[in-house]
Design a protein around this ligand. Structure first.
Ligand SMILES: Nc1ncnc2c1ncn2[C@@H]1O[C@H](COP(=O)(O)OP(=O)(O)O)[C@@H](O)[C@H]1O
Ligand SMILES: [Mg+2]
Length: 357
């Protein structure tokens, strides 16, 4: 076979989704075709330190990788370096990288920051670029784009942390506009961190303060009594939508515990929906992907109202969970693309994008 592609997998990171990223990355590394790829693994600690890790992949998922004596290694923004600078005992060595897969979820990874570094470094990478990544991460901005292209969504209002000094006014406004229950979210976050459902005035006040701990921008949303339907999108300029999946959360809503701490939330693939509804959701998923200027992959999440059957977009995740039981790869498997072939396709799309943009 021709020369192998040197692929750098980035995992961990400074976000509240650090642990999830480690599990996703371990799955990715296990399933990559070793005949095709030379894999270089870089772990980023919760404090934001970068190390090259060469040990067993199981220690990535468990977090034990940090206990090994790993050399420091950073991605250089210098466009001529084209890779990783490894620092061992004060000596630096360069390693050229053909393509990077940032398996990072949430802030400082999925939000355009790492993508910006990779642009400067002139290295192709899997997934969306700077603009799409930050737009999708910031729920308040993504909503403006969805509204502009006519994708239905829950009604919302944005508040800033400093407005909470006049708490009574904010709460009065929300009560008049949305009533209860309503959802309160930090604009930039993920994995349901900082999100609450308020059933009364006290919970609304508490929820606003909780969200304000995570972001200075807070969204309050009308409650949608909906089924949770997800669609995987894959491609660059001609993205394709997968079959749909449904999540049945084990708790009142799909909060952090329902996502990661108990395994009784159910994934149903394919979701049982009328054909027109499913087609419409796939159409909206591609429309949202294009509207945010995504590339490579994204998981687009929807609600389907339990009584009216109406469709609402909820959010776009530009680096969706990628463990082998995650919705994103499962939906492609159900659409006929195996996990390993999906990885090949993502890397191909990253290399194509670099050539064609
Ligand atoms: N407007 C809403 N109505 C009903 N449930 C909601 C609403 N917004 C969010 N949720 C619930 O909260 C979960 C997390 O919200 P989401 O906006 O997807 O944040 P995250 O980016 O953290 O996943 C959703 O999966 C859903 O269960
Ligand atoms: Mg979500």
């Amino acid at each position: 076979m021709a020369h192998k592609i040197t692929l750098c997998v980035l995992f961990g990171g400074q976000s509240s989704e650090h642990e999830v990223s480690r599990v996703s990355a371990a799955s990715v590394i296990k399933n990559l075709d070793k005949e095709k790829y030379e894999i270089v693994t870089i772990g980023i600690t919760k404090d934001g330190e970068w190390f090259m890790y060469r040990g067993p992949v199981e220690k990535i998922a468990s977090g034990e990788w940090e206990k090994v004596n790993n050399p420091r290694a950073v991605l250089s923004p210098d466009a001529r370096t084209g890779g990783i600078i490894k620092i061992t005992d004060g000596e630096t060595t360069m390693a050229r990288i053909d393509v990077v897969f940032p398996v990072l979820h949430g802030l400082y990874g999925e939000d355009g920051t790492v993508q910006g570094l990779l642009e400067l470094a002139n290295i192709p990478y899997v997934g969306s670029g700077v603009l799409a990544s930050s737009l999708a991460m910031d729920k308040a901005y993504a909503k403006l784009v969805f509204k502009h292209v006519g994708i239905p969504q829950a009604d919302w209002e944005v508040f800033y942390r400093n407005e909470l000094k006049e708490m009574a006014q904010v709460v009065d406004r929300v009560e008049a506009r949305f009533g209860y229950p309503c959802f309160i979210k930090p604009s930039n976050a993920g994995s349901s961190v900082g999100i609450t459902k308020a059933h009364n005035r006290r919970e609304l006040e508490e929820g606003l303060l909780i969200a304000a701990q995570h972001d200075r921008k807070i969204i309050v949303e009308e409650f949608i009594n909906g089924r949770e339907i997800e669609c995987s999108v894959l491609g660059n300029d001609e993205p394709e939508a997968s079959v749909l999946g449904e999540i049945i959360p084990s708790r009142e809503f799909y909060d952090y515990d329902a996502k990661y701490n108990d395994d009784t939330s159910e994934l149903i693939i394919p979701a049982s929906l009328p054909e027109e509804t499913a087609d419409k959701i796939r159409e909206y998923a591609v429309k949202a992907f294009k509207a945010l200027d995504c590339s490579g992959f994204s998981r687009v999440d929807f609600f389907v109202h339990k009584e009216t059957g109406e469709i609402y977009i909820n959010e776009v995740n530009t680096i969706p969970g990628f463990t082998n039981i995650s919705m994103y790869p499962k939906l492609w498997e159900a659409s006929g693309l195996s996990y390993t072939s999906l990885l090949d396709r993502l890397i191909e799309l990253a290399l194509d994008k670099k050539k064609n943009y």
